[in-house]
Design a protein around this ligand. Structure first.
Ligand code: BES
Ligand code: MN
Ligand code: ZN
Length: 490
């Protein structure tokens, strides 16, 4: 999709469909001020007849079959100075979805100067991401969204504006969505490693793929225990971005990469277990690879960023790990497996140790880690845990800037008690209550405590059952936009 800025008088604009945002006040005056090539009186009377008052969330569609302009979509912005980003974003997304199949060239006209904290770039991101569709696995696979070009109207300040970065970020989000939505018979650990190699090639990053033998040599007993029950070989993925100037900060991003989670011998049973959805248990690694793709294209200065994924499947066969096993992670700590379905934290244990050994300033991990997080925060908020308040605040700020929901959760030290084992250094699961907190406390055992660390549980946010703001139903690509924003803010 192409974005551009239309700077000539608005009555000379020649597109097919137009989206217009209007405040909750005198409709006629606002339309007249825009000076479009339409009959403002007629349109106003039509709007009033349909009881359009510019309230937020209101959308009306008008067909104009007698001119080049086929349709005008008008949506309410609500009261001036009381713009709510979420509802603005939702309206633009809903309008975009309505025009994406019909028109070739569209425009969007907003009172940009009066929308604080909302840029052209945000609008472009919303438009592109809201009309994304994934037809790779159905008979429509050759169909493309027909909306190819969007022009921004009503820009008074004519500085050079580039859309390249926003396109790079959107490509990263779309890539993450495709990885998450890909079925587990297609997106295997091997395929994930191929995708990483491909990113490395396209964007000139360094890549290392460790096979099972190399992981054994690094004593990754926790990760390999999870992988044992699958016929598919685990693949440990490590991508490196390094800017070619002085490095100010070294960062490691770690993603949970279970290409399928059956639960193991603590098998996911019953309708509520969602075993059929467990292809998305690699949502954390998709966010990490999507970020790698965007960062590879944007190439920020002064940074060294490591992208780390211990990918495998959690399956059952004669060699699968048992409930009751005691295993040893690569940092030497022993773990009693009291539940094979708490596998994500075991793979992350060795991935975090590996990241820690690189001596980064900051480690951030993302994981579809616990059902408990979904119970606590639902589908609009990811849970955030951190050993450093500055890092937590920076991540919350980045998330809110891009409109991804995130909530700061406590690392309640007293709950460590719940992970005590009679036989090993710890168990892999604590009691039911506070399950997403004990999961975070477990992770904290596997890296150098001087490193700033944050853990983001995206079990609820990586998939949406219905259209939600700029996310079409399905994989959301959650995390890419927050991570890229956080990296750019460093
Ligand atoms: N991948 C799941 C978590 C999950 C559940 C993500 C539902 C998305 C939706 C994870 O591996 C898991 O099974 N966690 C267990 C932990 C429990 C055994 C302590 C859970 O949440 O039930
Ligand atoms: Mn599990
Ligand atoms: Zn899992």
């Amino acid at each position: 999709m192409q974005f551009s800025i239309f700077q000539n008088p608005l009555n000379t604009w020649q597109g097919n469909s137009l989206i217009i945002g209007m405040f909750e006040e005198d409709i006629f005056q606002q339309l007249e001020k825009y000076n479009l090539n339409i009959d403002v009186k007629l349109l106003t009377s039509k709007l009033l007849k349909k009881d359009f008052k510019g309230k937020k969330g209101q959308i009306l569609n008008f067909e104009f079959l007698d001119s080049h302009l086929n349709s005008v979509l008008i949506f309410g912005l609500g009261k001036r100075n009381k713009i709510v980003y979420e509802s603005l974003s939702k309206s633009i997304a809903d309008c975009s979805r309505r025009i994406c199949d019909v028109e070739e060239k569209s425009g969007i006209l907003l009172p940009w100067d009066e929308l604080e904290n909302f840029s052209l770039h945000s609008a472009a991101e919303i438009i592109r991401l809201s009309i994304f569709r994934d037809n790779r696995f159905n008979h429509k696979k050759d169909e493309k969204v027909s909306l190819k070009e969007v022009e921004f109207l009503g820009i008074t300040d004519s500085k050079e504006i580039s859309f390249k970065e926003i396109q790079d970020i959107c490509a990263g989000v779309e890539f993450a969505r495709e990885l998450v939505a890909a079925p587990p018979n297609i997106l295997t650990p091997l395929e994930m490693s191929r995708q990483a190699i491909n990113i490395a090639k396209n964007y000139d990053l360094e890549v290392k793929i460790l096979d099972k033998k190399e992981c054994e040599d690094l004593s990754m007993g926790a990760y390999l225990a999870v992988a044992k029950g699958s016929d598919l070989e685990p693949k440990f993925i490590h991508l490196i971005y390094k800017s070619n100037d002085d490095i100010r900060k070294k960062i490691a991003l770690v993603g949970k990469g279970l290409t399928f989670d059956s639960g193991g011998y603590n098998l996911k049973v019953g309708a509520g277990s969602q075993i059929d959805m467990m292809k998305y248990d690699m949502g954390g690694s998709a966010a990490v690879l999507g970020t790698a793709k965007a960062i590879g294209a944007i190439k920020p200065k002064g940074l060294e960023i490591h992208f780390i994924i211990a990918s495998c499947e959690n399956m059952i066969n004669g060699s699968a790990f048992h409930p009751g096993d005691v295993i040893t992670a690569s940092n030497g700590k022993t773990i009693e497996i009291n539940n094979t379905d708490a596998e994500g934290r075991l793979t992350l244990a060795d991935a975090l140790t590996y990241a820690s050994n690189l001596n980064p300033d900051t480690i951030i991990d993302l994981a579809t880690l616990t059902g408990a997080c979904v119970i606590a925060l639902g589908g609009d908020l990811a849970g955030l845990w951190s050993n450093n308040n500055q890092l937590a605040n920076d991540l919350l700020k980045a998330a809110s800037e891009v409109g991804e929901g995130m909530w700061h959760m406590p690392l309640q030290k007293s709950y460590k008690e719940g992970l005590k084992s009679h036989i090993a250094d710890m168990k892999n699961t604590g009691p039911r209550g506070g399950g997403s907190i004990t999961a975070a406390l477990f992770l904290e055992e596997f890296f150098n405590e001087n490193i700033n660390w944050a853990h983001i549980d995206i079990a609820g946010t990586c998939w949406a059952d219905k259209n939600k703001g700029l996310n079409p139903s399905g994989a959301t690509g959650y995390g890419v936009r927050t991570l890229v924003k956080w990296i750019k803010n460093i």
